[in-house]
Design a protein. Structure first.
Ligand code: SAM
Ligand code: SF4
Length: 395
C-alpha cells in the first residue's frame, strides 16, 4: 500500500522535530539478575499473531491521534526482540508504513541477544527491513558473563557480532562495566579488544544496582563486591581515554560513535524530539495540537493485550506536560549529550531563561562550559555528577 503523503514536521521550541517509533517486545528467555527492564519470562509459547494484531491496533490508534508524520527512526527494543519471528518484524514495519511516511533513509534498529540461535534470524530481519542491530554482548570474559547471569559465552557473542557485521549496514554492541571485582587495568584491555571487534558505535553502561533485583539482594547481603566511588570513577575515566584514543568519543554519557554513526533513534529522545511508544510498558512523547503529551502503556504483557483488545490502545497515562515539566525533561535529556543544549531553545520550551549565576557557579567548579556557538554542555568532570548539575540548573 502507498505511504501517506509526508507532512511538515511539528516544532518544539521552534526546532522542527524528528519522529521516532519505539516498539517494545517484553519477553526474554531468562531474567538477568541486574535487569529491571520490562521483560518477562513465559514458559508457554508466545502467541505472536495476537501480539501483532495488538501492536497494529496501537499503531493505528497513535496515528489517528498525532496525524501524518515522516518517520526518521524505528526501534525494536526489549526484552529480547530477537526472539520475534522475522515475519513479525516485517509485518510491524508494513503497519508503520501504512499509517505514516517512513523516510527513505530511516534507521530501523533491532536489539538482539548474541546467542547462536538468534544470529540465525539476522538475515530474516535484514530482509524484513531492519538496517541496524544492537547486540547485548555485556562482557568479553566468560566468568563475568556467568556472574551477570548471561546465557552466552564471549566467543558466541563475538560470533554473533561477526554475523551482524556481515548482515547489516550498521551495528552496535553493549558492554557493562564497573562489574564486581573489575579493575581499571582489566577493563582497559577488555575494552580495547571490544573496540577491535566494534563497528562505528558502542554503548558502555556502568553497572547500576536497580532496586528489587537479585543484584540488589546480593549487595544487601554483602555478596556483591562492586567498585567503590573512586574505583568506579577510575573505570569511567579509563573508558573515556581508551575510546577517545580509538576515535570513538562519547556523544552521550554512555554512548560512543564515530562522527555520523550516532544512534539516530536515541538522539530523538535526547534532543527532545517526538516519539510514539508502542507495546507493553512503552513511553511516548507526542506533539498533539501544539501540546506535548507524555504517554505510557500498561506494563504487563497479558494485561496490555487485554486493554488493547478492549479499548484499541494500552494507554494508562496520557498527560499534557506543563512548560516547566518540558523544560526539566529537555535539560535532563539534552545535557547527557556531548553537544549539550541550546539555552534559547530551553527558554522557548520552558518559558524561562536559565539562571546565569548558577551556570557561572557550575562553570567555576568545571562541571559545565559554554561553547563558542552558545551551547551549554557538561564537561568530562561534570558527567559523573550529571544528576546534581541538572537538578541545580532546573531549580
Ligand atoms: C534493554 S537491555 C536489552 C538488551 C538485550 N535484551 C540483552 O540483554 O542483550 C539494553 C542494555 O541495557 C544494559 N543494562 C541493562 N540493565 C543494566 C544495569 N542494571 N546496569 C547497566 N546496564 C544495564 C545492558 O547493556 C543491555 O544490553
Ligand atoms: S538484560 Fe536483556 S536479556 Fe537480560 S533480562 Fe534484561 S532485557 Fe532480558
Amino acid at each position: 500500500m502507498a505511504s501517506p503523503d509526508p507532512v511538515k514536521a511539528p516544532t518544539a521550541g521552534d526546532v522542527a522535530v524528528d519522529f521516532g517509533v519505539y516498539v517494545h517486545w517484553p519477553f526474554c528467555l531468562a531474567k538477568c539478575p541486574y535487569c529491571d527492564f520490562n521483560s518477562h519470562v513465559r514458559h508457554a509459547a508466545i502467541d505472536e499473531p495476537r501480539f501483532v494484531r495488538a501492536f497494529a491496533a496501537e499503531i493505528a490508534a497513535t496515528a489517528a491521534r498525532v496525524g501524518g508524520r515522516t518517520v526518521a527512526s524505528i526501534f525494536f527494543g526489549g526484552g529480547t526482540p530477537s526472539l520475534m519471528a522475522p515475519a513479525t518484524v516485517g509485518t510491524l514495519l508494513d503497519v508503520i508504513a501504512k499509517h505514516w511516511t517512513v523516510a527513505p533513509n530511516a534507521e530501523v534498529t533491532l536489539e538482539a541477544n548474541p546467542t547462536s540461535v538468534e544470529a540465525t534470524r539476522f538475515r530474516g530481519y535484514r530482509a524484513a527491513g531492519v538496517n541496524r542491530v544492537s547486540l547485548g554482548v555485556q562482557a568479553l570474559d566468560d566468568s563475568a558473563l556467568a556472574a551477570l547471569g548471561r546465557r552466552h559465552t564471549a566467543q558466541e557473542a563475538l560470533a554473533a557480532v561477526a554475523i551482524a557485521r556481515a548482515t547489516f549496514p550498521r551495528f552496535s554492541f553493549d558492554l557493562i562495566y564497573a562489574r564486581p571485582g573489575q579493575t581499571a587495568e582489566a577493563w582497559r584491555a577488555e575494552l580495547r579488544r571490544a573496540i577491535a571487534e566494534a563497528g562505528e558505535h558502542l554503548s558502555l553502561y556502568q553497572l547500576t544496582v536497580e532496586p528489587d533485583t537479585p543484584f540488589a539482594d546480593l549487595r544487601a547481603a554483602g555478596k556483591l563486591a562492586l567498585p567503590d566511588e573512586d574505583g568506579a570513577r577510575a573505570l569511567y575515566d579509563a573508558t573515556q581515554d581508551v575510546c577517545v584514543d580509538a576515535g570513538l568519543p562519547a556523544y552521550e554519557i554512555s554512548n560512543h560513535a564515530r562522527s555520523g554513526a550516532e544512534c539516530r533513534h536515541n538522539l530523538v529522545y535526547w534532543r527532545y524530539h517526538e516519539y510514539a511508544g508502542v507495546g507493553p510498558g512503552a513511553h511516548g512523547r507526542l506533539l498533539i495540537e501544539g501540546r506535548r503529551h507524555a504517554t505510557a502503556t500498561e506494563r504487563g504483557p497479558e494485561a496490555w493485550l487485554a486493554r488493547v483488545e478492549a479499548a484499541g490502545d494500552g494507554l494508562i497515562e496520557d498527560d499534557v506536560l506543563t512548560r516547566e515539566q518540558q523544560g526539566d525533561e529537555f535539560l535532563l535529556m539534552g545535557l547527557r549529550l556531548a553537544e549539550g543544549i541550546d539555552p534559547r531553545r530551553y527558554q522557548r520550551i520552558s518559558g524561562r531563561a536559565l539562571d546565569n549565576a548558577r551556570i557561572a557557579a557550575l562553570a567555576g567548579h568545571g562541571f559545565v562550559e559554554t561553547s563558542p556557538n552558545g551551547r551549554l554542555r557538561v564537561t568530562c568532570a561534570g558527567f559523573p555528577v550529571l544528576d546534581a548539575v541538572v537538578a541545580d540548573l532546573a531549580a
